[in-house]
Design a protein around this ligand. Structure first.
Ligand SMILES: [Zn+2]
Length: 165
């Protein structure tokens, strides 16, 4: 019995369990099951494989959106550091601007990459909102830094930001 359990654990790690929402009742079921264990609807293997692939894409998108959303909390810290360095060093710190722009481009890429996803998944709808909200936070952080720099020192020297010598 113990040997059997170990072997099952070895050949089927939890990350490889292929699940998707049943088209009939929306409960999470396995691709390998011939019928839904909740509503007993029969599952076509090809349809199941397709739905599983879609579901995996949604799950990945939601995970990335959550990570991006968490990252926006560091925008506050970053803005604080940037303002401090603005006052101390007498100019906008290029690296903070670059980090802001990278974060914004990540959000934009997430939105365009997952644009084609068609899903009723509530987590996914929430993920889209989270990404947009995080982008607003990052954009505001950038706006505050640039505005403060304008107030203190006038227009930044963009060439030193974008041209790496
Ligand atoms: Zn079902």
């Amino acid at each position: 019995m113990q040997i059997l359990q170990q072997r099952t654990f070895w050949t089927e790690p939890p990350t490889h369990v292929r699940v998707y929402p049943c088209p009939a009742c929306q409960e999470t079921i396995s691709v390998d099951a011939p019928s839904c264990r909740f509503c007993h609807a029969t599952n076509d293997v090809l349809v199941a494989e397709k739905l599983w692939a879609d579901n995996r894409q949604v799950t990945t998108a939601v995970t990335r959106a959550n990570m991006f959303s968490v990252s926006s909390r560091s925008a506050l810290l970053l803005t604080g550091l940037s303002i401090w360095s603005l006052i101390v060093s007498g100019g906008l710190a290029e690296i903070w601007v670059v980090v802001n722009l990278l974060a914004l481009s990540y959000g934009a890429q997430w939105l365009s990459h997952n644009d084609s996803l068609v899903t009723n998944d509530a987590d996914y709808a929430e993920a889209v909102t989270k990404v947009k909200r995080a982008m607003i936070v990052w954009a505001l952080a950038l706006l505050i830094q640039v505005t403060l720099n304008l107030i203190f020192y006038g227009f930044p020297d963009w060439e030193t930001i974008f041209v790496v010598e």
